[in-house]
Design a protein around this ligand. Structure first.
Ligand code: ATP
Ligand code: MN
Length: 481
Protein backbone atom coordinates (compact mmCIF):
# COMPACT_ATOMS: atom_id res chain seq x y z
CA UNK A 1 0.00 0.00 0.00
CA UNK A 2 1.19 3.52 -0.81
CA UNK A 3 2.19 5.43 2.27
CA UNK A 4 1.02 8.91 3.21
CA UNK A 5 3.20 11.61 4.77
CA UNK A 6 2.63 12.38 8.42
CA UNK A 7 1.83 15.94 7.42
CA UNK A 8 -0.97 14.83 5.13
CA UNK A 9 -2.27 12.35 7.68
CA UNK A 10 -2.49 15.01 10.38
CA UNK A 11 -4.32 17.34 8.02
CA UNK A 12 -6.73 14.61 7.04
CA UNK A 13 -10.26 14.96 8.37
CA UNK A 14 -11.55 11.74 6.82
CA UNK A 15 -11.06 9.25 9.61
CA UNK A 16 -11.84 5.56 9.66
CA UNK A 17 -9.84 4.77 6.58
CA UNK A 18 -6.92 2.45 6.18
CA UNK A 19 -3.59 4.29 5.94
CA UNK A 20 0.10 3.46 5.83
CA UNK A 21 2.85 5.65 7.29
CA UNK A 22 6.62 5.31 7.25
CA UNK A 23 9.04 7.15 9.46
CA UNK A 24 11.38 6.99 12.42
CA UNK A 25 10.34 6.25 15.97
CA UNK A 26 10.89 9.23 18.24
CA UNK A 27 9.57 7.53 21.38
CA UNK A 28 7.70 4.39 22.30
CA UNK A 29 5.66 4.65 25.52
CA UNK A 30 3.98 1.95 27.58
CA UNK A 31 4.65 -0.69 24.95
CA UNK A 32 1.76 0.96 23.11
CA UNK A 33 2.24 4.52 21.82
CA UNK A 34 4.71 5.26 19.04
CA UNK A 35 5.49 8.89 18.28
CA UNK A 36 6.35 8.61 14.59
CA UNK A 37 8.13 11.34 12.65
CA UNK A 38 8.94 11.34 8.94
CA UNK A 39 10.34 14.85 8.55
CA UNK A 40 7.35 16.16 6.58
CA UNK A 41 6.31 18.22 9.59
CA UNK A 42 7.44 19.05 13.10
CA UNK A 43 4.54 17.01 14.47
CA UNK A 44 4.69 13.31 15.18
CA UNK A 45 1.76 11.06 14.52
CA UNK A 46 0.73 8.83 17.36
CA UNK A 47 0.52 5.18 16.37
CA UNK A 48 -1.29 2.95 18.85
CA UNK A 49 0.08 -0.58 18.84
CA UNK A 50 -2.12 -3.49 19.87
CA UNK A 51 0.58 -4.86 22.14
CA UNK A 52 -1.42 -7.89 23.23
CA UNK A 53 -1.51 -9.17 19.68
CA UNK A 54 1.98 -8.11 18.65
CA UNK A 55 4.88 -10.50 19.19
CA UNK A 56 7.22 -9.52 22.01
CA UNK A 57 10.16 -9.76 19.58
CA UNK A 58 8.60 -7.06 17.39
CA UNK A 59 7.73 -4.81 20.34
CA UNK A 60 11.37 -4.96 21.46
CA UNK A 61 12.49 -3.67 18.09
CA UNK A 62 10.33 -0.52 18.29
CA UNK A 63 13.12 1.65 19.64
CA UNK A 64 14.01 5.32 19.30
CA UNK A 65 15.53 5.88 15.87
CA UNK A 66 14.17 2.72 14.24
CA UNK A 67 12.56 3.05 10.82
CA UNK A 68 9.10 1.52 10.71
CA UNK A 69 6.14 1.07 8.42
CA UNK A 70 2.75 1.02 10.09
CA UNK A 71 -0.62 0.26 8.58
CA UNK A 72 -3.86 0.83 10.38
CA UNK A 73 -6.99 2.89 10.74
CA UNK A 74 -6.79 6.65 10.95
CA UNK A 75 -9.13 7.64 13.75
CA UNK A 76 -9.93 10.47 16.10
CA UNK A 77 -7.55 10.40 18.99
CA UNK A 78 -8.75 9.52 22.46
CA UNK A 79 -5.77 11.17 24.06
CA UNK A 80 -4.81 14.81 24.32
CA UNK A 81 -2.29 16.51 22.05
CA UNK A 82 -3.43 15.25 18.66
CA UNK A 83 -6.63 15.11 16.63
CA UNK A 84 -5.95 11.88 14.82
CA UNK A 85 -3.89 8.79 15.45
CA UNK A 86 -3.30 5.48 13.75
CA UNK A 87 -4.75 2.38 15.34
CA UNK A 88 -2.06 0.00 14.11
CA UNK A 89 -3.05 -3.33 12.59
CA UNK A 90 0.32 -4.16 11.08
CA UNK A 91 3.80 -2.97 11.90
CA UNK A 92 6.98 -3.75 10.03
CA UNK A 93 10.43 -2.81 11.32
CA UNK A 94 12.28 -1.47 8.28
CA UNK A 95 15.54 -0.65 10.03
CA UNK A 96 16.51 -1.40 13.60
CA UNK A 97 18.17 1.14 15.84
CA UNK A 98 20.13 -0.03 18.86
CA UNK A 99 18.69 2.07 21.65
CA UNK A 100 21.89 1.85 23.65
CA UNK A 101 24.01 3.19 20.82
CA UNK A 102 21.71 5.61 18.99
CA UNK A 103 23.08 9.09 19.72
CA UNK A 104 19.79 11.02 19.34
CA UNK A 105 18.14 10.15 22.63
CA UNK A 106 14.71 11.58 23.35
CA UNK A 107 16.12 14.34 25.55
CA UNK A 108 17.69 17.75 25.10
CA UNK A 109 21.14 17.62 23.54
CA UNK A 110 23.61 20.49 23.48
CA UNK A 111 24.16 22.23 20.14
CA UNK A 112 27.83 21.22 20.32
CA UNK A 113 26.90 17.56 20.66
CA UNK A 114 24.51 17.87 17.74
CA UNK A 115 27.21 19.47 15.58
CA UNK A 116 29.38 16.42 16.18
CA UNK A 117 26.44 14.35 14.98
CA UNK A 118 25.47 16.54 12.05
CA UNK A 119 24.49 13.45 10.06
CA UNK A 120 21.78 12.60 12.61
CA UNK A 121 20.78 15.98 14.00
CA UNK A 122 18.22 16.50 11.27
CA UNK A 123 16.18 13.88 13.12
CA UNK A 124 15.65 16.30 16.00
CA UNK A 125 12.81 18.80 16.21
CA UNK A 126 15.07 21.84 16.17
CA UNK A 127 17.17 20.82 13.16
CA UNK A 128 14.33 19.50 11.10
CA UNK A 129 12.57 22.83 11.72
CA UNK A 130 15.70 24.82 10.76
CA UNK A 131 16.21 22.80 7.60
CA UNK A 132 12.59 23.13 6.51
CA UNK A 133 12.83 26.89 7.07
CA UNK A 134 16.09 26.98 5.11
CA UNK A 135 14.50 25.14 2.21
CA UNK A 136 11.50 27.47 2.21
CA UNK A 137 13.74 30.55 2.29
CA UNK A 138 15.73 29.21 -0.67
CA UNK A 139 12.55 28.73 -2.64
CA UNK A 140 11.37 32.23 -1.70
CA UNK A 141 14.64 33.65 -3.04
CA UNK A 142 13.99 32.17 -6.47
CA UNK A 143 10.31 33.06 -6.34
CA UNK A 144 11.06 36.71 -5.60
CA UNK A 145 13.52 37.13 -8.42
CA UNK A 146 11.56 35.08 -10.93
CA UNK A 147 8.41 37.11 -10.20
CA UNK A 148 10.35 40.32 -10.69
CA UNK A 149 11.92 39.67 -14.06
CA UNK A 150 15.37 38.50 -12.93
CA UNK A 151 17.29 35.68 -14.62
CA UNK A 152 19.15 33.07 -12.58
CA UNK A 153 22.81 32.83 -13.65
CA UNK A 154 25.33 30.25 -12.54
CA UNK A 155 28.69 31.90 -12.23
CA UNK A 156 31.82 29.71 -12.12
CA UNK A 157 32.91 28.06 -8.91
CA UNK A 158 36.49 27.74 -10.11
CA UNK A 159 37.75 31.18 -10.89
CA UNK A 160 40.84 32.37 -12.65
CA UNK A 161 40.75 35.90 -11.34
CA UNK A 162 42.34 36.50 -7.98
CA UNK A 163 41.22 40.09 -8.09
CA UNK A 164 37.85 39.75 -6.44
CA UNK A 165 39.44 40.90 -3.24
CA UNK A 166 36.61 39.76 -0.98
CA UNK A 167 38.72 37.45 1.15
CA UNK A 168 41.33 34.75 1.34
CA UNK A 169 40.92 32.08 -1.32
CA UNK A 170 41.23 28.30 -1.54
CA UNK A 171 43.59 27.29 -4.33
CA UNK A 172 42.39 24.77 -6.89
CA UNK A 173 45.23 22.79 -8.39
CA UNK A 174 46.01 19.49 -10.08
CA UNK A 175 49.76 19.91 -9.62
CA UNK A 176 51.58 17.25 -7.63
CA UNK A 177 52.96 18.20 -4.24
CA UNK A 178 56.09 16.17 -4.79
CA UNK A 179 58.23 17.35 -7.66
CA UNK A 180 56.04 20.38 -8.15
CA UNK A 181 56.98 22.02 -11.45
CA UNK A 182 58.97 25.19 -10.82
CA UNK A 183 59.96 28.17 -12.90
CA UNK A 184 63.60 29.19 -13.23
CA UNK A 185 63.34 31.45 -10.21
CA UNK A 186 61.98 28.63 -8.05
CA UNK A 187 58.32 29.62 -7.96
CA UNK A 188 55.53 27.10 -8.59
CA UNK A 189 54.94 26.99 -12.33
CA UNK A 190 51.19 27.29 -12.72
CA UNK A 191 51.58 27.26 -16.50
CA UNK A 192 51.85 23.50 -16.06
CA UNK A 193 48.74 23.31 -13.91
CA UNK A 194 45.37 22.03 -15.17
CA UNK A 195 44.15 25.40 -16.42
CA UNK A 196 47.56 26.74 -17.31
CA UNK A 197 47.19 29.42 -14.66
CA UNK A 198 46.46 29.91 -11.00
CA UNK A 199 42.88 29.13 -10.08
CA UNK A 200 40.86 29.36 -6.90
CA UNK A 201 37.43 28.64 -5.52
CA UNK A 202 35.24 31.68 -5.99
CA UNK A 203 34.68 34.17 -3.16
CA UNK A 204 31.90 35.93 -5.06
CA UNK A 205 30.20 35.69 -8.44
CA UNK A 206 29.83 39.43 -8.70
CA UNK A 207 32.27 40.28 -11.46
CA UNK A 208 30.83 37.63 -13.76
CA UNK A 209 27.27 38.56 -12.75
CA UNK A 210 28.02 42.16 -13.73
CA UNK A 211 28.85 41.09 -17.26
CA UNK A 212 25.53 39.26 -17.42
CA UNK A 213 23.56 42.21 -16.06
CA UNK A 214 25.02 44.22 -18.92
CA UNK A 215 23.15 41.99 -21.36
CA UNK A 216 20.28 40.33 -19.55
CA UNK A 217 19.45 43.40 -17.49
CA UNK A 218 18.42 41.86 -14.20
CA UNK A 219 20.21 38.77 -12.94
CA UNK A 220 20.92 36.94 -9.71
CA UNK A 221 23.24 34.20 -8.57
CA UNK A 222 22.53 31.81 -5.73
CA UNK A 223 25.37 29.45 -5.16
CA UNK A 224 28.25 28.35 -2.96
CA UNK A 225 31.16 30.67 -2.20
CA UNK A 226 34.37 29.89 -0.38
CA UNK A 227 36.56 31.96 1.90
CA UNK A 228 39.68 30.68 3.59
CA UNK A 229 39.35 33.25 6.30
CA UNK A 230 40.69 31.95 9.54
CA UNK A 231 38.07 33.68 11.62
CA UNK A 232 36.38 31.25 13.94
CA UNK A 233 33.28 33.33 14.58
CA UNK A 234 29.62 32.45 14.91
CA UNK A 235 28.91 34.31 11.64
CA UNK A 236 31.60 33.01 9.27
CA UNK A 237 31.80 29.78 7.32
CA UNK A 238 34.54 28.68 4.93
CA UNK A 239 31.80 27.51 2.55
CA UNK A 240 28.58 29.47 2.43
CA UNK A 241 25.79 30.25 0.00
CA UNK A 242 25.50 33.71 -1.40
CA UNK A 243 22.70 35.46 -3.25
CA UNK A 244 23.95 38.16 -5.60
CA UNK A 245 21.52 40.20 -7.68
CA UNK A 246 23.00 42.60 -10.22
CA UNK A 247 20.88 45.10 -12.11
CA UNK A 248 21.65 47.31 -15.08
CA UNK A 249 20.54 50.95 -14.75
CA UNK A 250 20.00 50.70 -10.96
CA UNK A 251 21.73 53.36 -8.89
CA UNK A 252 22.51 52.97 -5.19
CA UNK A 253 19.06 54.09 -4.06
CA UNK A 254 17.38 51.55 -6.32
CA UNK A 255 19.84 48.97 -5.00
CA UNK A 256 18.85 49.70 -1.41
CA UNK A 257 15.16 49.56 -2.34
CA UNK A 258 15.69 46.19 -4.00
CA UNK A 259 17.56 44.73 -1.03
CA UNK A 260 14.95 45.90 1.45
CA UNK A 261 12.02 44.71 -0.63
CA UNK A 262 13.71 41.37 -1.25
CA UNK A 263 14.47 40.69 2.41
CA UNK A 264 10.94 41.61 3.49
CA UNK A 265 9.45 39.38 0.82
CA UNK A 266 11.45 36.25 1.67
CA UNK A 267 10.80 36.68 5.39
CA UNK A 268 7.07 37.15 4.83
CA UNK A 269 6.92 34.15 2.51
CA UNK A 270 8.64 32.01 5.13
CA UNK A 271 6.55 33.26 8.06
CA UNK A 272 3.42 32.42 6.04
CA UNK A 273 4.64 28.94 5.10
CA UNK A 274 6.57 27.84 8.19
CA UNK A 275 4.44 29.11 11.07
CA UNK A 276 4.63 25.90 13.06
CA UNK A 277 8.40 25.52 12.72
CA UNK A 278 9.00 29.17 13.57
CA UNK A 279 6.74 28.95 16.62
CA UNK A 280 8.80 25.98 17.77
CA UNK A 281 12.08 27.85 17.17
CA UNK A 282 10.67 30.83 19.02
CA UNK A 283 10.08 28.59 22.04
CA UNK A 284 13.59 27.18 21.77
CA UNK A 285 15.01 30.69 21.73
CA UNK A 286 12.95 31.72 24.76
CA UNK A 287 14.33 28.74 26.69
CA UNK A 288 17.87 29.64 25.67
CA UNK A 289 17.40 33.27 26.66
CA UNK A 290 16.22 32.31 30.13
CA UNK A 291 19.79 31.31 30.85
CA UNK A 292 21.01 34.83 30.04
CA UNK A 293 21.05 37.84 32.33
CA UNK A 294 17.97 40.05 31.86
CA UNK A 295 19.94 42.82 30.18
CA UNK A 296 21.13 40.52 27.38
CA UNK A 297 17.73 39.08 26.57
CA UNK A 298 16.04 40.42 23.49
CA UNK A 299 13.01 42.60 23.95
CA UNK A 300 11.06 40.85 21.22
CA UNK A 301 10.39 37.20 20.65
CA UNK A 302 11.24 35.64 17.31
CA UNK A 303 8.00 36.24 15.44
CA UNK A 304 7.70 39.76 16.79
CA UNK A 305 11.21 40.42 15.50
CA UNK A 306 10.37 39.04 12.06
CA UNK A 307 7.17 41.10 11.93
CA UNK A 308 9.08 44.15 13.00
CA UNK A 309 11.47 43.76 10.07
CA UNK A 310 8.63 43.23 7.61
CA UNK A 311 6.65 46.23 8.79
CA UNK A 312 9.26 48.92 9.34
CA UNK A 313 11.49 50.84 6.99
CA UNK A 314 15.17 50.10 7.33
CA UNK A 315 16.99 53.16 8.64
CA UNK A 316 19.30 54.61 5.99
CA UNK A 317 22.33 56.33 7.47
CA UNK A 318 25.50 57.57 5.80
CA UNK A 319 28.84 56.31 7.05
CA UNK A 320 29.70 59.87 8.06
CA UNK A 321 26.59 60.18 10.23
CA UNK A 322 27.29 56.76 11.73
CA UNK A 323 30.82 57.79 12.70
CA UNK A 324 29.46 60.87 14.46
CA UNK A 325 26.98 58.73 16.40
CA UNK A 326 29.65 56.19 17.33
CA UNK A 327 32.21 58.80 18.33
CA UNK A 328 29.75 60.37 20.74
CA UNK A 329 28.37 57.07 22.04
CA UNK A 330 28.68 55.98 25.65
CA UNK A 331 30.71 52.81 24.96
CA UNK A 332 33.16 54.88 22.94
CA UNK A 333 33.51 57.55 25.62
CA UNK A 334 33.82 54.95 28.37
CA UNK A 335 36.32 53.03 26.23
CA UNK A 336 34.12 49.95 26.19
CA UNK A 337 34.65 49.27 22.47
CA UNK A 338 37.67 47.12 21.66
CA UNK A 339 38.32 49.44 18.75
CA UNK A 340 37.66 53.05 19.68
CA UNK A 341 36.26 55.34 17.02
CA UNK A 342 38.37 58.46 16.86
CA UNK A 343 38.27 59.58 13.31
CA UNK A 344 36.50 59.52 10.01
CA UNK A 345 37.86 56.71 7.84
CA UNK A 346 37.88 54.03 10.52
CA UNK A 347 36.61 50.63 9.44
CA UNK A 348 33.56 49.57 11.40
CA UNK A 349 33.91 46.43 13.51
CA UNK A 350 31.00 44.21 14.35
CA UNK A 351 30.81 45.76 17.86
CA UNK A 352 30.10 49.12 16.20
CA UNK A 353 27.59 47.70 13.76
CA UNK A 354 25.75 45.98 16.57
CA UNK A 355 25.73 49.12 18.68
CA UNK A 356 24.10 51.07 15.85
CA UNK A 357 21.48 48.42 15.17
CA UNK A 358 20.73 47.05 18.61
CA UNK A 359 21.28 50.01 20.91
CA UNK A 360 21.00 53.18 18.88
CA UNK A 361 18.46 52.71 16.08
CA UNK A 362 16.86 49.47 17.27
CA UNK A 363 15.97 48.47 13.73
CA UNK A 364 17.74 47.21 10.58
CA UNK A 365 20.15 49.85 9.32
CA UNK A 366 21.53 50.51 5.84
CA UNK A 367 24.86 52.29 6.01
CA UNK A 368 25.95 53.92 2.77
CA UNK A 369 28.67 56.12 1.24
CA UNK A 370 31.71 54.55 2.88
CA UNK A 371 35.27 55.89 2.62
CA UNK A 372 36.79 54.66 -0.64
CA UNK A 373 39.88 53.46 1.21
CA UNK A 374 38.09 50.73 3.14
CA UNK A 375 35.97 49.41 0.26
CA UNK A 376 36.56 47.41 -2.92
CA UNK A 377 37.96 48.93 -6.12
CA UNK A 378 34.85 48.36 -8.23
CA UNK A 379 32.60 50.62 -6.15
CA UNK A 380 31.36 53.85 -7.74
CA UNK A 381 33.36 56.87 -6.56
CA UNK A 382 31.04 59.63 -5.40
CA UNK A 383 31.11 62.90 -7.30
CA UNK A 384 31.96 66.00 -5.29
CA UNK A 385 33.85 64.45 -2.42
CA UNK A 386 36.68 66.31 -0.68
CA UNK A 387 40.21 65.15 -1.53
CA UNK A 388 41.29 62.73 1.19
CA UNK A 389 37.68 62.13 2.10
CA UNK A 390 36.58 60.28 -1.03
CA UNK A 391 33.57 58.07 -0.57
CA UNK A 392 32.08 55.30 -2.66
CA UNK A 393 28.49 54.33 -3.33
CA UNK A 394 28.63 51.31 -1.07
CA UNK A 395 25.94 50.04 1.25
CA UNK A 396 25.92 47.45 4.01
CA UNK A 397 22.74 46.25 5.66
CA UNK A 398 23.09 45.55 9.36
CA UNK A 399 20.68 43.32 11.26
CA UNK A 400 20.07 42.91 14.97
CA UNK A 401 21.91 39.92 16.38
CA UNK A 402 23.67 39.31 13.07
CA UNK A 403 25.59 42.42 12.09
CA UNK A 404 26.29 42.63 8.36
CA UNK A 405 23.83 40.62 6.31
CA UNK A 406 24.23 42.42 2.97
CA UNK A 407 27.17 44.12 1.31
CA UNK A 408 26.58 45.91 -1.96
CA UNK A 409 27.30 48.91 -4.11
CA UNK A 410 26.70 50.87 -7.24
CA UNK A 411 29.54 49.78 -9.52
CA UNK A 412 32.10 52.12 -11.07
CA UNK A 413 30.93 52.41 -14.66
CA UNK A 414 33.62 54.84 -15.87
CA UNK A 415 36.50 53.01 -17.56
CA UNK A 416 39.19 55.55 -16.73
CA UNK A 417 38.23 55.81 -13.06
CA UNK A 418 38.06 52.03 -12.74
CA UNK A 419 41.47 51.50 -14.33
CA UNK A 420 42.93 54.18 -12.09
CA UNK A 421 41.61 52.45 -8.99
CA UNK A 422 42.84 49.04 -10.11
CA UNK A 423 46.29 50.47 -10.71
CA UNK A 424 46.37 51.95 -7.25
CA UNK A 425 45.96 48.53 -5.65
CA UNK A 426 48.13 46.67 -8.13
CA UNK A 427 45.60 44.82 -10.30
CA UNK A 428 46.83 44.47 -13.86
CA UNK A 429 44.48 45.63 -16.59
CA UNK A 430 45.15 42.42 -18.52
CA UNK A 431 44.02 40.38 -15.56
CA UNK A 432 40.48 41.74 -15.79
CA UNK A 433 40.33 42.59 -19.49
CA UNK A 434 36.92 40.95 -19.82
CA UNK A 435 35.52 42.87 -16.86
CA UNK A 436 36.82 46.14 -18.27
CA UNK A 437 35.17 45.32 -21.61
CA UNK A 438 31.76 45.93 -19.99
CA UNK A 439 32.95 49.51 -19.43
CA UNK A 440 34.43 49.74 -22.93
CA UNK A 441 31.34 48.65 -24.76
CA UNK A 442 28.01 50.11 -23.73
CA UNK A 443 28.81 50.90 -20.13
CA UNK A 444 25.96 51.99 -17.88
CA UNK A 445 25.11 52.64 -14.27
CA UNK A 446 24.51 49.34 -12.50
CA UNK A 447 24.34 47.99 -8.97
CA UNK A 448 24.11 44.84 -6.97
CA UNK A 449 24.67 43.24 -3.61
CA UNK A 450 25.66 40.03 -1.91
CA UNK A 451 23.55 38.51 0.81
CA UNK A 452 24.91 35.63 2.85
CA UNK A 453 22.16 33.04 2.81
CA UNK A 454 23.16 31.48 6.14
CA UNK A 455 23.07 34.87 7.85
CA UNK A 456 19.49 35.21 6.62
CA UNK A 457 18.65 31.72 7.91
CA UNK A 458 20.28 32.67 11.24
CA UNK A 459 18.06 35.70 11.52
CA UNK A 460 14.84 33.94 10.57
CA UNK A 461 15.40 30.92 12.81
CA UNK A 462 16.75 32.91 15.75
CA UNK A 463 19.73 30.59 15.98
CA UNK A 464 22.97 32.02 17.36
CA UNK A 465 25.67 30.10 15.50
CA UNK A 466 26.03 29.88 11.73
CA UNK A 467 27.21 26.25 12.09
CA UNK A 468 23.66 25.36 13.04
CA UNK A 469 21.88 26.66 9.95
CA UNK A 470 23.78 24.81 7.22
CA UNK A 471 23.62 21.01 6.92
CA UNK A 472 27.34 20.32 7.12
CA UNK A 473 29.39 23.35 8.16
CA UNK A 474 32.90 23.94 6.86
CA UNK A 475 35.01 25.93 9.32
CA UNK A 476 38.72 26.05 10.17
CA UNK A 477 39.88 22.55 11.19
CA UNK A 478 36.50 21.05 10.44
CA UNK A 479 35.39 19.31 7.24
CA UNK A 480 33.77 16.21 8.75
CA UNK A 481 30.89 14.59 6.86
P1 ATP B 1 32.04 40.34 7.13
O1 ATP B 1 32.52 41.71 7.38
O2 ATP B 1 30.90 39.91 8.00
O3 ATP B 1 33.14 39.33 7.08
P2 ATP B 1 32.22 40.82 4.32
O4 ATP B 1 32.35 42.28 4.30
O5 ATP B 1 33.43 39.99 4.17
O6 ATP B 1 31.42 40.36 5.65
P3 ATP B 1 31.00 40.63 1.70
O7 ATP B 1 32.29 40.33 1.05
O8 ATP B 1 30.37 41.94 1.45
O9 ATP B 1 31.10 40.36 3.27
O10 ATP B 1 29.97 39.45 1.34
C1 ATP B 1 28.58 39.66 1.21
C2 ATP B 1 27.79 38.93 2.27
O11 ATP B 1 28.18 37.56 2.39
C3 ATP B 1 27.98 39.46 3.68
O12 ATP B 1 27.16 40.57 3.89
C4 ATP B 1 27.56 38.29 4.53
O13 ATP B 1 26.15 38.21 4.61
C5 ATP B 1 28.03 37.12 3.73
N1 ATP B 1 29.31 36.57 4.18
C6 ATP B 1 30.55 37.09 4.00
N2 ATP B 1 31.49 36.29 4.49
C7 ATP B 1 30.85 35.21 5.00
C8 ATP B 1 31.28 34.01 5.63
N3 ATP B 1 32.57 33.76 5.81
N4 ATP B 1 30.33 33.12 6.02
C9 ATP B 1 29.03 33.37 5.82
N5 ATP B 1 28.56 34.48 5.22
C10 ATP B 1 29.44 35.39 4.81
MN1 MN C 1 34.63 39.06 5.65
Amino acid sequence: MKHTSVKDLLNNTKTLQEVTAKGWVRTFRNNQFIALNDGSTLQNIQCVVDFENTPETTLKRITTGAAVCVTGTLQESQGKGQNVEIQVSKIEILGDSDAEKYPMQPKKHSLEFLRENAHLRVRTNAFSAIMRVRSTLAFAVHQYFQENGFFYVNTPIITGSDAEGAGEMFRVTALPFDNTPRTEDGKVNFKEDFFGKETNLTVSGQLEAETFAMGLGKVYTFGPTFRAENSNTSRHLAEFWMIEPEVAFNDLDANMDLAEDFIKYVIKYTVDKCGEDLKFLEGRLLEEEKAKPQAERSEMNLLEKLNFVMENNFKRVSYTEAIDILRDSTPNKKKKFNYLINEWGADLQSEHERFLVEKHFKCPVILFDYPAKIKAFYMRLNDNTEPGKETVRAMDILFPGIGEIVGGSQREERLDVLIEKMKAIGIEEEELWWYLDTRRFGTAVHSGFGLGFERLVLFVTGMGNIRDVIPFPRTPMNAEF
